[in-house]
Ligand binder design. Structure first.
Ligand code: NDP
Length: 232
């Protein structure tokens, strides 16, 4: 499978890249400064021919368009896109103190970024249920379980859930699978040291979903890394 992963240089994105390598897939590993990402470059020598670090800032439409153009020129098909890059700004900030720029930036990275990635890369995808788009979301985006905090993050994740549902309908006739996925509360820079979850376990669960190894309820579009439905 040819997989594009955004934010592949650290955290969950790096673990997804590693898990994909270990399973024999080919990954276009997106990061903002690929030449400076030692961990990713190390994978290039460990898994020759299986990983291509690519420059991809999800907020720069030009950077996404250039990647699409390069892939088109190489006649390279894309089987799966994992929109993983994300930010959590101002955790715990009271609404009264909230800089509105945090809301804007959260939407830019967590929603507009994935939308632009799909806008430019969808034309490179094939048809059928071996093709997948996985948008990494969060339980924070659940309307049912809204907890009254982290407004920029939570609302932008609700929005990516809606985008995922809309997209699922949009590509229905092409047979492409689309999910918004909660990866669990995992130990990364974002999740913090107290997080109980192992990002490698989450990444392998997500790869199982990609490889259709999990039974997923037909109607579900918002699921966790185990393939179980999440409350919308
Ligand atoms: P990290 O903060 O550890 O990593 C975030 C990644 O996103 C980095 O690779 C970062 O790159 C990248 N990124 C940020 N902005 C951009 C941008 N404009 N363009 C390209 N890449 C960008 O987060 P996690 O690995 O924990 O999170 C991954 C996903 O999982 C996110 O969508 C997050 O919301 C979601 N999630 C995480 C949870 C957790 O407990 N950790 C819980 C629920 C959901 P750079 O190094 O350049 O900044």
């Amino acid at each position: 499978m040819n997989i594009i992963i955004t934010g592949a240089n650290r955290g969950l994105g790096f673990e997804l890249t590693l898990a994909a390598m270990q399973r024999g897939h080919v990954v276009m590993a997106g990061s903002r400064s690929p030449q400076e990402e030692g961990k990713l470059l190390e994978l290039v020598s460990r898994y020759p021919g299986q990983i291509k670090p690519v420059q991809l800032d999800v907020c720069e439409e030009e950077s996404i368009a250039q990647l699409a153009q390069a892939l088109r020129a190489e006649n390279q098909k894309v089987d799966a896109i994992i929109n993983n890059a994300g930010i959590l700004l101002g955790r715990g900030t009271a609404l009264e103190e909230l800089p509105i720029e945090d809301v804007v930036r959260s939407f830019e990275v967590n929603l507009f970024g994935p939308m632009m990635v799909i806008k430019h890369l969808l034309p490179l995808m094939g048809e059928g249920d071996s093709q997948s788009i996985l948008n990494i979301s969060s339980e924070a985006g659940s309307i049912t379980n809204a907890y009254g905090g982290d407004f920029p993050y939570a609302i932008s994740k609700t929005a990516i859930n809606m985008f995922s549902k809309q997209l699922k309908r949009y590509v229905k006739d092409r047979g492409i699978r689309v999910y918004a996925i909660h990866p669990g509360w995992i130990k990364t820079d974002m999740g913090g040291e107290r997080a109980p979850g192992d990002p490698a376990e989450s990444a392998n669960g997500i790869m199982d979903i990609l490889e259709k190894k999990k039974e997923i309820d037909q109607a579900s579009f918002f699921i966790n890394y185990k393939g179980e439905p999440m409350p919308i």
